[in-house]
Ligand binder design. Structure first.
Ligand code: ATP
Ligand code: MG
Length: 424
């Protein structure tokens, strides 16, 4: 026998029994975006590597060590998208969408990062994300957060924490960075190795270190909040007030950072205590510098991305998991040469009429087919043997035993009986 093949490490199959949950999640998200006046955009999975190098930054883990990059047959440097924002911004610039006014966009789909797979962390995973482009007001930050919060609530997830911080402006951060680097240099020996490497490449990310020793040490570090201008403080208080007015609870986390220059002001994460080490379900913030950095007109923007695998883990822990894919309306039991040919044609017509119909293709004995009909969950079976085919009728059988006797019907009448309308 040939050797069996496995999916690549960190690449996960979603099997039919899991799909109901995913479709539910996608349907809820779609509906929330519709209500919020957010339109969908779909961009290619494959982009020029340079887009992410410029759009996410060489100093990040994502670009530095997690990307799936290769040369295509035309020697172009390509990368499977590790996130959605850079692609959306590229598309918005390429098609001059900002000329039509602010853009309220969402995207969804697979992302690729070469990471160590573990619970809630895969190499191919799925995100849904929102980008509000062209609106600089603090109100837009509040609205973006509210859309994420309401989406999670609509899914029945309530034990979540919104963590909030502000990164101020580029100038605020430049001032702070210099101060932080001086402090980190003085404590170099006490930092974990990862953080030590970041002191000069991406010092703000040190604040985000997962190392407990480094975290304890940082309690004594200078605070970004103290380096903010009056105006940045003012803006942050508008965001906080906006969230309070909407009764969205939050916790200020001064260590929440995004280590890139085009990020500014609001940064946030939504976390859960039920996810173990991979606690962040949603991450986002304001990125006023990115559109310009990718060659577009200076444009304020705010957005977020939600990790669907982590959402699914949370939903699977709850009782409110949606039922599996709905059963068919009708199961077609058929046997005999003429019956089988006719059943195929009838099935197609019933489907054209809007019914969900499962056709038994086994050719097995009627008894076996009836067992399968029961297992399918269908409320009705249409039974067709050669004598029915010759007569041009089907036997409609109520599998839940509610409507009494079997009935011999013209196939045209089946849809009406199933719809509960009186039979002609
Ligand atoms: P983490 O710190 O968990 O690596 P991140 O900061 O790299 O997260 P973002 O780039 O902000 O994550 O992506 C947004 C969301 O996408 C995350 O909060 C998470 O829910 C999800 N996510 C990110 N990477 C993965 C992955 N490898 N597998 C599954 N979900 C992921
Ligand atoms: Mg990551």
């Amino acid at each position: 026998m040939a050797e069996t093949l496995q999916s690549l490490r960190g690449m996960v199959d979603l099997l039919p029994e899991q799909i109901a949950l995913w479709q539910h999640l996608e349907a809820v998200a779609r509906e929330q975006f519709r209500r919020a006046g957010v339109r969908e955009i779909r961009t290619p999975l494959l982009e020029a590597t340079e887009l992410f190098a410029r759009g996410i930054g060489e100093a990040t883990d994502v670009v530095g060590k997690e990307m799936y990059s290769f040369l295509d047959r035309g020697e172009r440097a390509c990368t499977l998208r590790p996130e959605g924002t850079a692609s959306v911004v590229r598309a918005v610039i390429q098609h001059s969408l900002l000329g039509q006014g602010p853009q309220r966009l969402w995207y969804g789909g697979p992302m690729f990062r070469y990471e160590r797979p573990q619970k809630g962390r895969q190499r191919q995973f799925h995100q849904i994300g929102l980008e509000l482009l062209g609106i600089g007001e603090a109100r837009a930050d509040v609205e973006a957060i509210a859309i994420a919060w309401d989406l999670l609530e609509a899914l029945g997830l309530d034990e979540l924490t919104l963590e909030l911080n502000t990164l101020g402006t580029g100038e605020d951060r430049a001032r702070y960075r210099a101060e932080l680097v001086r402090w980190l240099e003085a404590h170099l020996e006490e930092l974990d190795p990862d953080s030590r490497n970041r002191v000069h490449t991406n010092p703000l990310r040190v604040l985000d270190s997962k190392d407990a020793g480094t975290q304890a040490l940082l309690a004594g570090a200078p605070q970004l909040g103290d380096a903010l201008s009056g105006e940045s403080h003012e803006r942050f208080s508008r965001v906080r007030q906006g969230l309070e007015a909407l009764e969205i609870p939050f916790r200020i986390n001064p260590c929440l950072v995004r280590g890139l220059d085009y990020y500014s002001h609001t940064a946030f994460e939504i976390t859960s205590t039920h996810l173990g080490a991979q606690a962040t379900v949603c991450g986002g913030g304001r990125y006023d510098g990115l559109v310009e950095q990718l060659g577009g007109p200076a444009t304020p923007a705010v957005g977020w991305a939600l990790g669907l695998e982590r959402l699914v883990l949370l939903l699977a822990q709850r009782q409110t998991i949606p039922a599996n894919s709905p059963p068919p309306d009708l199961y077609v039991v058929n046997r005999g040469e003429a019956a089988e040919a006719w059943a195929l044609a009838l099935t197609r017509n019933w489907r054209l009429a809007g019914l969900a119909v499962e056709l038994d293709l086994s050719g097995a004995a009627f008894g076996k087919q009836f067992k399968r009909a029961d297992r399918s969950g269908a409320p009705w079976a249409a039974v067709i043997g050669d004598s029915e085919a010759a007569e041009g009728v089907v036997v409609l059988k109520d599998l839940r035993g509610e409507a009494g006797e079997d009935r011999r019907l013209k196939p045209e009448a089946v849809a009406e009986v199933l719809a509960g309308r009186p039979q002609l």
